[in-house]
Design a protein around this ligand. Structure first.
Ligand SMILES: Cc1cc2nc3c(=O)[nH]c(=O)nc-3n(C[C@H](O)[C@H](O)[C@H](O)COP(=O)(O)OP(=O)(O)OC[C@H]3O[C@@H](n4cnc5c(N)ncnc54)[C@H](O)[C@@H]3O)c2cc1C
Length: 121
């Protein structure tokens, strides 16, 4: 007989657990108190566009997320892009992605907007 499992909450944890358990043959029901699924990673609609409630990044080095995308068969829905993330502290830019590396090293930057324009155009 198939074992039944109830999961409370359709955030990332509940949904990914439900996915794993159903792959293992469990009969899964997920209960969610909000209208939309996704929890902290859910979206809301404005002007016909879906926006995240909070900003989120996935890194290609995160093998768990990359494997989950593959298992879900969603590879073709994901576009991987460079990020423009960095930190300015004590008159220096520090990279949080690869984008600002060369500017930190040779200090040829003038301002962050100029760097981002240069890299994204
Ligand atoms: C500003 C911000 C930025 C973040 N950036 C990143 C990022 O870049 N990369 C990343 O990997 N993570 C990021 N995170 C973390 C990520 O959002 C969370 O780790 C993840 O969404 C948590 O998922 P969860 O399912 O554990 O919890 P939640 O998303 O909180 O989901 C819990 C769900 O359970 C439901 N629920 C609660 N109680 C009940 C109940 N009694 N009955 C029914 N349903 C219930 C809630 O409504 C909710 O939908 C960020 C978080 C924040 C706030």
């Amino acid at each position: 007989m198939t074992k039944k499992v109830a999961i409370v909450g359709a955030g990332f944890t509940g949904l990914s657990l439900g996915f794993d358990l159903s792959k293992s043959g469990f009969d899964v029901t997920i209960y969610e108190k909000c209208e939309a699924i996704g929890g902290l990673a859910s979206t809301f609609e404005t002007d016909g566009q879906k926006l995240e409630r909070f900003y989120h990044h996935w890194f290609t080095s995160d093998q768990n997320v990359m494997t989950l995308i593959k298992d879900l068969g969603k590879e073709s829905s994901i576009r991987i892009r460079n990020t423009n993330t960095g930190m300015y502290y004590a008159n220096n830019f520090y990279k949080l992605s690869s984008l600002l590396k060369k500017y930190v090293v040779d200090k040829s930057y003038k301002n962050i907007d100029e760097i981002i324009m240069k890299e994204t155009n």
